[in-house]
Ligand binder design. Sequence first.
Ligand code: PLP
Length: 379
Amino acid sequence: MQTTANENGAGPRIRAAIDGLPPYSAGRSVRDAAGEGAVLELLGLAANEGPYGPFPSAAKAALEQVGKANLYPESGFRTLRGELARMLNVDVAEVAVGAGGIGLIHHLSVALLDEGTNIVVSTPTFHAYALDARKQGATTLSTPVREDGSYDLEAMLGLITEDTRIVYVCNPNNPTGGIVGREELLRFIDTVPEYVTIVVDEAYFEYAQSPEYTDTIAEPAFNRRNLVTLRTFSKAYGLAGLRVAYLVGSRELIAAVQKVESNYEVSNVAQAAALASLHEEAELTRRVGLNKDGRDALTTGLRELEFEPLESHGNFVYVKVGDAKAFTKALEGEGIIVRPGNAMGDPESVRITVGTPEQVKATIAAMGRVILSTAQHST
Ligand SMILES: Cc1ncc(COP(=O)(O)O)c(C=O)c1O
């Protein structure tokens, strides 16, 4: 096995694969800014969190479990997996639960990737895929997303090699918001070789309402030996702080993930909150509706400011602004934190999370002020 430069010297021998790897960098948060002594009241729209908090029943269930925090969580997450299986009409052996989508992507990477292998994605996209591949000594082969911000499945097919182990389909794609439709997704999975695992990342599933969009768990056509679907409680369910998500797919792949995940990695608090959230359909629908209205209002507002945002199917909008870092800094001066595309390989665009109706209005107004002050400075 390869080790780092200190091979012949003293000190710990760190694996070469993670030498020089940047630590995971999430979007800047209101907490980060507060830690730096920010005085302004900031609005955090950089992490695609749901703006409405957990469902009240989920918060109550979580609190009840806090009182039992001396006990280990349920091993194997049987109750939550069982309820997900019942609701999604699959077998419990086809469901894995993990500490967020990030945790599950990590487990898939550990289970499937070795040095010399590769993953295939479209970019810009969720950067945990490439980061976790790199930790395993694997590389990332990528092609740009299509003009509408959706994954370019056809181009991705051309990148697959004998060493490819995972192809990701981020649908809707973070950060661009585009989706691939049912027919093209089916054609794609029919063509991908069986030794390649297809991970359909549906972190934003609940928000995607287009008739073209498909439910890869419900539709039998997507029931394949080499396919798993990822969904999370972090977005529409408002539980990002509790770290809980699930995978549904072939027994072989689910068993592989369970072999590498650590026991108890999802707390009893998170399990209870997720379980309660599953029974809040009316409130979920209401929140998804609010998101759609907010997304439409944000998109329209940005167009009125002469930006050209991409049509989004998630809880965020992606828009070209020029110098993304400078724009983000100026907007933070107006009290709003958004995500510059730099870490995702696009230094010219920012991703803005859709907030409450009032937050959307505040975002548009702040962006207007930023443009005005930039214009004044350049004249
Ligand atoms: C596309 C995508 N997948 C997965 C995740 C992981 O979310 P979590 O780890 O909070 O479940 C995110 C979070 O932003 C995401 O955007």
